[in-house]
Design a protein around this ligand. Structure first.
Ligand code: PLP
Length: 409
């Protein structure tokens, strides 16, 4: 199987045109994808790949899901967008469903994860302003965190590679180790406006927060009154076999940004907030032209319906447990796997070497996974992946690990 997109005529044209006209912010893998079905995607030359990254956790119902395709087509031929100048019937319906799942009564709709985080940051600032404490602006975030690329989200994202070229960023932000409850407890004071965590760090290498650390986070917020943001953009909405992961850790956030899986491929983001936070936000103080349009809300409603009434949540628990067992077996056969981390269908294999050669070797064997935090092979399959597909993925990963044994980059 070729690994160079330029070796095919169609692939070569695609990559050459991009090289001339697209801002070069993405170092893409050398394949051009043109279609998908279920857990598989197909490239321009007709090659099939089992997709265990699902557009970084977005294609939650698999590719070309017939039910989703039907409702998207129906909505496109009815009314796609009317702006937030007017009511439409679907925002309230989706917000009501999200409230029932999260316990957070109100939703602000936007178009991506980073926008959902921006909304949470603005609403948290607005909260302290309304309370007569606008100087209360300190933020405590975690090392290894990733919250997005816009200025607010970037300010609470730890990696200097993402941050340094774009300063000065929002501040003051104190980063603490997710392994050190005492450091967290000392950092959160009466000046802290916001504590922000991912219940499971995704880009940071698929690292669930420890129970003791989570307890320290909740205690610090309760002690000081600091608002807690739990970023569930990657780990939320069913990926771990429960609607949200924060309750599993005993966290009680006032703000929860979500995105990715919610639209199953249609761009949507949402800031889920408590009544107390929402009560302090007034007309015109935040907004979005596209946010919560009919198409995005229709997709979100369809996704949540499949998740809770269509059996997807139970399926994730079952197949997620199977994936966990198969990965543990795999680790038993490959000394290069130092640790298997994560929950259900959010998994990471921490290697004793760079992940990139394994990711490349897997792709050459028809399996898409991705590398994060340098040494971690990350798996975020569609929530609809079957046990048989998991077994096939493990066989291909097994081969890829064997083929790259000893490789370094
Ligand atoms: N927060 C987390 C935990 C994420 O994983 C991501 C994206 O990977 C984001 C925020 C940003 O989301 P988006 O890329 O949709 O802006």
């Amino acid at each position: 199987m070729t690994t160079d997109v330029r070796s095919t005529t169609a692939g070569g044209e695609v990559s050459a045109r991009e090289a001339r006209h697209v801002v070069q912010t993405y170092k893409r893998a050398p394949i051009v994808l043109t279609s998908g079905r279920g857990s598989y995607v197909y490239d321009v030359d007709g090659r099939e790949y089992l997709d265990l990254i699902s557009g970084v956790g977005v294609a939650s119902l698999g590719h070309a899901n017939p039910g989703l395709a039907a409702i998207v087509a129906d909505q496109a031929s009815t009314l796609l967008h009317c702006s937030n100048l007017f009511f439409h019937p679907l925002q309230g319906e989706l917000a009501e469903r999200l409230a029932a799942l999260s316990g957070l009564e109100r939703t602000f709709f936007c178009n991506s994860g980073t926008e959902a985080m921006e909304a949470c940051l603005k609403f948290a600032r607005r909260y302290w302003y309304a309370d007569g404490a606008p100087q209360r602006s300190g933020i405590v975030a975690l090392r290894g965190a990733f919250h997005g690329r816009t200025f607010g989200s970037l300010s609470i994202t730890a990696d200097p590679h993402y941050r340094d070229p774009f300063g000065p960023l929002l501040g003051p932000v104190t980063f603490v180790s997710p392994d050190d409850p005492a450091e967290l407890a000392a950092a959160v004071t009466g000046d802290t406006a916001i504590v922000v965590v991912e219940a499971i760090q995704g880009e940071g290498g698929v690292r669930p927060l420890g129970v003791e650390f989570a307890r320290a986070v909740q205690e610090a917020c309760t002690r000081t009154g600091a608002l807690l943001i739990c970023d569930e953009i990657q780990c939320g909405l069913g990926r771990t076999g429960v609607p949200f992961y924060f309750p599993e850790l005993g966290l009680q956030p006032q703000l929860v940004p979500v995105g990715k899986a919610l639209g199953a491929g249609i761009p949507i983001g949402a800031a889920l907030v408590s009544e107390a936070v929402a009560a302090r936000v007034g007309y015109g103080e935040h907004g979005s032209t596209y946010g919560g349009n009919l198409l995005a809300c229709r997709a979100g409603i369809y996704f949540l319906d499949q998740l809770t009434n269509g059996g997807v949540l139970e399926h994730v628990r079952r197949v997620g447990a199977h994936l966990g067992e198969r990965l543990t077996e795999l680790a038993g056969r490959h000394a290069s796997i130092k640790e298997v981390r994560g929950v259900a269908l959010m998994r990471g294999l921490d290697l004793d070497r760079p992940a990139a050669p394994v990711v490349d070797a897997a792709r050459e064997r028809g399996l898409l996974v991705n590398g994060t935090a340098k040494t971690v092979v990350r798996l975020l399959p569609p929530l609809t992946i079957t046990a048989e597909e998991v077994d096939l993925a493990i066989d291909r990963l097994d081969d890829a690990l064997t083929a790259t044994a000893g490789a370094t980059r």
